[in-house]
Ligand binder design. Structure first.
Ligand code: MG
Length: 157
């Protein structure tokens, strides 16, 4: 049995925060405001996986009211989600994702991000695809914020 899930996340770009995407520290003048490290890509992927497994969402499992999750690495969140999904009897088939950011350019970090994410999820790098796009200056998504979409396919073991 196969199950599909969708995930979406967005965080606001602010001064005085480091920018973490796909577990990579990316040099940039702003970072993403969040209780965790603000890694929107990891959060979208995590929500897609939880959704496919029928396990709710990241907010249920890692509430931003819990001090334990303050500034937590989102790769750790993904590792935990991998455990939950595995315990529920699912194996990850593939994940596809999109990052929406006008700046910085992330193409130089793409391979390293995929390495980080696939290691956290215990899947081959080939099971994880990452696409990047800008918002063409339309609205505030991608300029004043960075957003991400992901879909995940799971197979029941
Ligand atoms: Mg988030």
């Amino acid at each position: 049995m196969f199950r599909v899930g969708i995930g979406y996340d967005i965080h606001r770009l602010v001064s005085g925060r480091r920018l973490v995407l796909g577990g990579m520290n990316i040099p940039f003048k702003k970072g993403l405001l969040a209780h965790s490290d603000g890694d929107v890509l990891a959060h979208a992927i995590g929500d897609a996986l939880l959704g496919a497994a029928g396990l709710g969402d990241i907010g249920i499992h890692f509430p931003d009211t819990n001090k334990r999750f303050k500034d937590i690495s989102s790769l750790r969140i993904l590792s935990d989600i991998h455990k939950k999904v595995s315990r529920a009897g699912f194996r990850i088939q593939n994940v596809d994702s999109v990052l929406i950011a006008d700046r910085p350019k992330i193409s130089a970090y793409r391979a390293a991000m995929i390495d980080n994410l696939s290691a956290a999820l215990h899947v081959a790098a080939s099971a994880l695809n990452l696409k990047a796009t800008t918002s063409e200056g339309v609205g505030e998504v991608g300029s004043k914020s960075i957003a991400s979409y992901a879909v995940a396919l799971l197979k029941k073991r």
